[in-house]
Write a protein of this length. Sequence first.
Length: 614
Amino acid sequence: MTAVLLHNALEMHGRRAAGNFPVKGQWKETAEQESRHMEYAAIRHYADKRYCYATEKGHFVIRLEVKKGDALKVILHTQNKYLPLAYMDTRQECVMEPAYSDDYIDYYETEVDLDVVCLRYFFEIEDWAGKVVYYGNHGFYDQCITSIDRMFDCPQTLREEERFELPSWAENKVIYQIFPSRFATDKEVSEEDWYQAPIGGKADLKGSLRGIIEHFDHIRNLGVDILYLTPIFRSDSVHKYNTADYYEIDASFGDKEDLKELVRLAHGAGMYVILDGVFNHTGIDFFAFRDIMEKQDKSAYVDWYYIESFPLVMEWGKRPGYKTFSYAGYMPKLNLQNPETADYVINVAAYWIRECDIDGWRLDVADEISHSFWKRFRREMKAVKKDILLVGEVWHYAGDFLEGDEWDSVMNYPFYDAVVDLIVREELTPSGFRGKLNFVKGNLNKALEGYLWNFIDTHDTARFLHSAGNDMRKQNLAAAMQLLLPGMPMIYYGDEVGMEGGPDPDCRRGMLWDKKRQKQDCLAYYRRLIRIRHQYPVLTKGIMAVQYGEDEKGLLYMERKLDEQRIILIFHVRKGIVRLPGLEGWRNLITEEDFSGSLGEYEAAVLVPGAATY
């Protein structure tokens, strides 16, 4: 243990005192709290790389879960497994504090410095009634544990070799998602066709890679760091998620030279390019499935898919005779347990990295593909380009894919759901919102916070503005939460100019290029938020010194610190005006004026002391 641990413990204790977590005497029902004992069934720790992991050589995070509000004090006890106490007393103690708290669980953490072969450790937990229990190797004891066999085990070298290594260039970067068919074109398209609304799934707006290149200044001036393109490979659909040829860019979009030019343009501007990898399924025109359709059970590619019976059933209204994406017969599911199929997909993904120097893959329907395949995929892609970024699409918590040997991140649907529940439906309180985010943080490697793709809409969801009843105040508030918190905020093209659109396919309208159709105030607001994010690293790298929700007032309050920098974020998520006394002399970076001391309906503030610019 080092002096740093004591500093961290004091800092976390300060977070309790500041209102982030309860301390004894702060509970409304103190007598009831102090009269009950903790719930042992809720106490959880496994000596694996989710609860005990290395952040770097010799530096470890150890985590314990306890039912929310149950523990008054938690102490971590450690000792060297292979040095007997009679020879050398290696025992140490460290006070743990809750790093996060969701609706049900307090996540206690501490960080320790190690130089051992193997660490043994256990936890001392005191409840509010004064009862102390010792927890080690999944057992509870009334007396302090002395036998190493009753302690948890952490082999240092193993955990260091399992370290989660993430591409540093991607952390906290801003992403801009482009749906190429509808973003921009270099061809003649009438305004009537381009701006049709609502829009159907088959409308051809002739979007192209060249169109993206010609409108690159808009993207650069917005201030984003990464371009993410939905599928661009040959397909007979507008969305291109039914791939016919993974080695050929769809002719309607352009060709490989166009992609190379776009990548060079982005790299020259200090930006990155990520492509959509649709490896869960193909289209029916893909060579392997086409062969099966022609030859049925005599095809050499039968094992490339999950064929359940012959002849193939492929009729509208009938369940296909083979596994598919959802029950879409035109998207047959690939069998990546078949070595030939897996080899093909691995080669495709590596080809585009080598050929066009792309920087990452967003992996479609990734949670429906096996862990064994993704482990191999990661190894082989990182061998081609060490800092390639691999991001899985999954619509729920996906901790089993985020242990350092598969994906680097996910599309953070829990964030999306929480923002919609908080701002659109108004069914979630600020404290509940904080709890939703803290559940994710409390269950993932802490390094991942800066890599989660935080969004408020995508090509698969209704536009946020549509969901919010076209209330731009709500859109701006959601954008502030997305762009001012740690993670990789992903802006869906057009959100920055106030694009509307209902559920898929209407969320995929033609980009608003006519300035008269754009909401210029919205564009200026997005640019300002991104500029603030880039200018103040305390927003994404600072520690959370204070965090709480005032649910009755509809306020979410966060204070972050980084070295001498201090910044306050306040989100007002309800109607009416709310007063915030005590913040006189602070400057609101969003309005670029001295803070008035109040927030209006659905308004956010980013406060720095006086005229501080750091």
